[in-house]
Write a new protein. Structure first.
Length: 166
C-alpha cells in the first residue's frame, strides 16, 4: 500500500496526486480517511445528509455488524467517533452501560448512534428500534440526548428520526 498519495492543493479542499496510478482500493481508502477527518474533534455537523454519507463511507463495507457512536458537545460539535461493538454477519451485542460510560468519559452532551447491516438493507429491525429506545432512556438519565440512530447499508442509510421511528 502506498502512503502520501495526496498532498494539499493550493485551493482549500483540493488535493494533488503524487502518483500517476491510483487503484480503486486507494480511492476507497482515501474516502475513508476523508470521512474520518470530517467526523473529527471540533468540527460542526454540516447537514444530516453529510453525516449519513460519512457514516456510510466508514461502515458500509464491513462483513460483520459494527455499532458506533458520534459524540457531540452542547453545540453539537464533534467530540469523536468511536466504534464500540463488533458482532457477526447479522447481529452485534450492544451494552447500554458501555455506551453511557463512553458518553461520560468524553463529556458528551448528545450523540448519534449508528450501526451497519452487512446484508446491505438499511431498514431497521424491531430489535434495532427497541435498542434505540433503551439507549435513549439510559442516556437520558445522565443528560445525554440521542439525536438519531442511523443504520448503514450498502446502498444507503436509514435515519430513525427522518422516518418517524424515534
Amino acid at each position: 500500500m502506498r502512503y502520501h498519495m495526496l498532498k494539499a492543493g493550493t485551493e482549500p479542499g483540493t488535493y494533488v496526486m503524487e502518483s500517476p496510478i491510483v487503484t480503486e482500493h486507494d480511492i476507497l481508502t482515501m474516502a475513508k480517511q476523508l470521512s474520518q477527518k470530517r467526523l473529527s474533534k471540533g468540527r460542526a455537523l454540516e447537514s444530516p445528509q453529510a453525516v449519513k454519507e460519512h457514516l456510510r463511507t466508514l461502515l458500509h463495507d464491513y462483513e460483520h455488524e459494527v455499532f458506533a457512536v458520534l459524540l457531540l458537545d452542547t453545540k453539537h460539535k464533534i467530540i469523536g467517533f468511536h466504534e464500540l461493538f463488533r458482532g457477526t454477519i447479522d447481529s452485534a451485542s450492544v451494552y447500554p452501560r458501555e455506551v453511557v460510560k463512553t458518553a461520560l468519559e468524553h463529556n458528551a452532551a448528545a450523540m448519534i448512534i449508528t450501526h451497519n447491516h452487512p446484508s446491505g438493507n438499511p431498514e431497521p429491525s424491531q430489535a434495532d428500534i427497541h435498542l434505540t429506545t433503551r439507549l435513549k432512556e439510559a442516556l437520558a438519565l445522565v443528560d445525554v440526548r440521542v439525536l438519531d440512530h442511523i443504520i448503514v447499508g450498502t446502498d444507503g442509510c436509514y435515519s430513525l428520526v427522518e422516518n418517524g421511528n424515534m
